[in-house]
Design a protein around this ligand. Sequence first.
Ligand code: TNX
Length: 530
Amino acid sequence: MRFRLSAAILICSAAACTSKAPPRVTPMPTPSPQIESAALTLVPLPQHVERATGSFQFTSATMIYAEEPFTASARFLSDLIGLAFGAQPPRVERAVTEPPDGSVVIRRSSPLRAAGGEAYELQISPNRISIVADEPAGAFYGVQTLRQLLPPAFEYEALRAPRRNVPPVPVPAVLIQDSPRFPWRGAMLDVARHFLTIDEVKRYIDLMALHKLNRLHLHLADDQGWRIEIKSRPNLTTYGGSTEVGGGPGGFYTQEQYASIVQYAADRFITIVPEIDMPGHTNAALASYPELNCDGVARPLFTGTEVGFSALCVEKESTYTFIDDIVREIAAITPGPYFHIGGDEVKMLTPPQYQAFIERVQTIVQTRGKQMIGWDEIAPTNLLPSSIIQHWRPKTTPAEAMAKGVKVIMSVASRAYLDMKYDAATPIGLTWAGIVSVKTSYDWDPGTAAEGVPEASVLGVEGPLWSETLANIRDVEHLAFPRLAALAEAAWSAQASRKWEDFRVRLGAQNARWTALGLNFYRSPEIDWK
Ligand code: TNX
């Protein structure tokens, strides 16, 4: 991948910019080192990057013009620049036909529709920055790319204090045309084994947005804790949410708090995917309601890390009433189309019991208006074409389910599990799926990662972060970064353009931005941190 392309003449119509003339063959003037390196800092790598001459200067006079559906993204940019240039953030105005020179313009362009709602074009020229997209998500991603071209200091909150006489800030002239390879670009937080506060989850959402990730899967219930209020079954949280691995106090989200996470994520074009793991991984529920056990006896709360010992009583009708209450209440506060039912690591049921259970739950989820997702153990069951398999076990394949028309999320543990150690010295994390270096998490093709699963059946990539060994957001950040950025690129960027040697350099250039964000990322020796 070469970024140092010669300049083309770029022609902008009202909505879109196209490169009309062939690239000049004469050598272009040597850009300043800052501008030269700027195009190298983008993660995930866009589809098409073309450097041009000169730079745009942000000043205290810079204004942002945005067409109606894109004003939220315009405000995001204005908030990011904040008080860097004066007492007010840049003004956001409705787009006008002839915006003045020196402005940022965010417009709608239906020709981009063919590339999908997440596509955008970002053109930076000396007199204007233009972002065009067909849908708000595309405009948001255009703003995220522009963000990565701004000096990293903009991520530093203290910069948002009013300043005087700040010199103009240049961003390099460039044309970027971009859209994602896969529609599913996800991360998962296990808030059951160790609880994370609402602010910690929001922090993770912010970090996801910077890397154009669009699905946050929340693992909301497991043996060690139940984390989402169910109004018809209050003991699940008051009792079942009161502990976590190691015996800490646990915690839970009220439905209103969960809704605030959903909204915060939606504002960043991230869909929340709630998971209630069943029929196994259910000790917190079995402790809270004795009738969920076949013997009618409540189990003690559990704070260890073994798996596979718990199961709902699948032969009792009341178990399905319970599940329907849960799916109904969570579906009602989840605008996204998905409900994840877990389904992994069930050792207490026979295969026929397990399959009958999954099929009944699939009907409940469908009746409550959602698409069912399950871990890859659900592959042999009678799945609806709309159901989705999350492939995690490295030595298996969900190929047998392909004839059912289902789609697959690639979370192969040996590549995508963010809770594996980076190397033998990593102080937290597990090793059951191997050591997952940054290169290991980057250097694979999600389109061919499971035998017998064609690329057309791959929805995308998700990086689960199980929290048996994690206590707080500092630990989360240490295991997620840089590997979540590697997975974001595996999900967004065209496979043919992805080269580890090139990624290493762009990742190294994230040092200043991530440091300004206060991110506790792992300074892996595989990377030359700039
Ligand atoms: C397997 S992945 C699990 C989790 C553990 C994880 C630890 C999956 C569907 N089940 O219960 O937390 O390994 O890496």
